[in-house]
Design a protein around this ligand. Structure first.
Ligand code: TYD
Ligand code: MG
Length: 441
């Protein structure tokens, strides 16, 4: 049987007692013992937590508001969600403020109130940038770094979109250092809660350093509903979904920085392959999948005699462990001599691929580099490589092949399988794929 217990504690030394006392038995202070709420783990009158049947929970009805840029909608999973908090992280100068000002503009032009909280730049500086971008005069600016004031603003005004530039400038207490871990975390939690209550979409801009030291944004990631990273790749800006509570993560949007702000790139595959050298050994086009989007990207390999006793394996843009695995398979299953060679494997343009379907491209690029045989023109590959040297199927084969053909690579080599829409040369294993590519293993 539970019973209601009131706990008493001394306001000076914190000593607990079970009843009201005039004098604290521990520190001896008079009139300091007062009733306090039961602490965690202490018994209370009745359990206050109640469970609800899933079927009785009312639908959240996640309404999507188009952001105004299709590439951003794609990464968000369809548009802004009312009451959600979104973090946009990126290195200084990458274009976060520019992108968000464009999005504020789109919202205002659609008749939805957009407020930019300027912690970093003065309204005058923002106006200067806004002039270049032809931003609507209806976008509102709020000059404040006080998280409580901003939360109050959200509660009373409830604008459709609130953009905070940046989260590192906010404080929750007077005199606290902005940008410290606790300030960034507390300000985020406070504003995310306010947004949830007001139904505003909250966008927090967060800086990360070149070294990827994202102390601030890392703690913020756990609190927000979605995290997007703005990165630079092959001269373009890539917006990537890292986390998304309301949609699929891993989607990418591609932009170009112009005099008039960020412009969506219609055909990223063409853009990423624009500088690809033709007829060079070690260069392979992979029909990759980023999120749900098929993208053609160049994988490059170079092998050279190593001056070191332990040859180097230098990998950029891919998981080094996957590359190691592919190199081991090439050595053991295809007798490709790699001993004594430094091997470099790159995704061209500084892009990052997380797709296991890039394995075959790595294998073909390294084999091409070592044997000095370029791949035939107009070829794209995809497929995961297994330890036995087999080629394993990966998601969305037909869409990868379709994108390759569209972007001028009619010969597609990939794993077997793919249902009725088999539009590529299917191979059972690496050796078979190499025969297709070069006419011999
Ligand atoms: P900015 O949005 O200020 O980056 P961040 O907020 O991520 O620090 O943009 C930085 C760069 O973009 C800056 O060097 C100038 C350039 N830029 C353009 O090239 N075109 C434009 O229209 C604008 C507004 C900026
Ligand atoms: Mg900025």
């Amino acid at each position: 049987m539970s019973r209601l217990t009131t706990v008493y504690a001394c306001g000076d030394c914190g000593a607990r007692s079970s009843g009201p006392l005039g004098r604290c038995p521990r520190c001896g202070a008079w009139g300091t013992v007062e009733p306090v709420l039961p602490g965690p783990g202490e018994r209370r009158a009745a359990p206050t937590a109640t469970a609800v049947r899933l079927g009785d929970v009312s639908d959240l009805g996640v309404a999507r508001l188009p952001s105004g840029l299709d590439e951003v909608d794609r990464v968000l999973g369809g548009g802004w969600v009312a009451g959600a908090a979104v973090l946009i992280a990126g290195e200084p100068g990458i274009g976060k403020s520019t992108l968000l000002l464009q999005l504020a503009d789109a919202s205002a032009r659609a008749g939805r109130r957009a407020v930019v909280v300027c912690g970093e730049e003065s309204p005058g500086q923002v106006k200067l940038r806004a002039g270049r971008l032809f931003v609507s005069g209806a976008v509102e600016l709020l000059r404040s770094t006080d998280a409580h004031a901003i939360a109050d603003f959200l509660a009373t005004e409830a604008p459709a979109l609130v953009i905070v530039d940046s989260i590192q400038t906010l404080t929750t207490e007077d005199g606290a250092a902005p940008g410290s871990l606790t300030q960034v975390r507390d300000a985020t939690a406070l504003l995310a809660q306010a947004a949830k209550a007001s139904g505003s979409t909250l966008v927090l801009i967060g800086h990360v350093t070149k070294q990827g030291a994202i102390a601030g944004p890392k703690v913020v990631e756990h609190i927000v509903d979605a995290t997007l990273a703005l990165e630079s790749a092959a001269g373009f800006r890539v917006l990537r979904g890292i986390k998304n509570r309301f949609g699929a993560a891993g989607e990418v949007g591609v932009f170009e920085m112009t005099d008039g702000g960020l412009r969506p790139v219609a055909n990223p595959s063409d853009a990423f392959l624009a500088e690809r050298p033709s007829g060079v050994p070690g260069s392979v086009v992979v029909a990759a999948l980023e999120g749900q989007r098929p993208l053609l990207v160049e994988v490059q390999a170079l092998a050279s005699a190593s001056p070191y006793s332990a040859p180097r394996r230098v990998v950029q843009g891919l998981d080094p462990r996957r590359v190691d695995l592919v190199l081991a398979v090439l050595e053991r299953r295809l007798d490709l001599p790699l001993t004594g060679l430094d091997v470099f494997v790159n995704v061209a343009g500084g892009l990052r691929l997380t797709d296991p379907g890039a394995d075959l491209a790595v294998a073909a690029a390294v084999a091409s580099a070592v044997t000095n045989r370029p791949l035939p023109e107009g070829t794209a590959v995809f497929g995961e490589v297994g330890l036995a040297g087999e080629l394993r199927s990966v998601a969305q084969g037909a869409r990868r092949a379709g994108e390759a053909v569209r972007a001028g690579h009619p010969q597609v080599v990939g794993p077997r399988g793919g249902g009725d829409a088999v539009t590529w040369s299917a191979s059972r294993d690496l050796a078979g794929a190499f025969v297709t590519l070069w006419g011999r293993p």
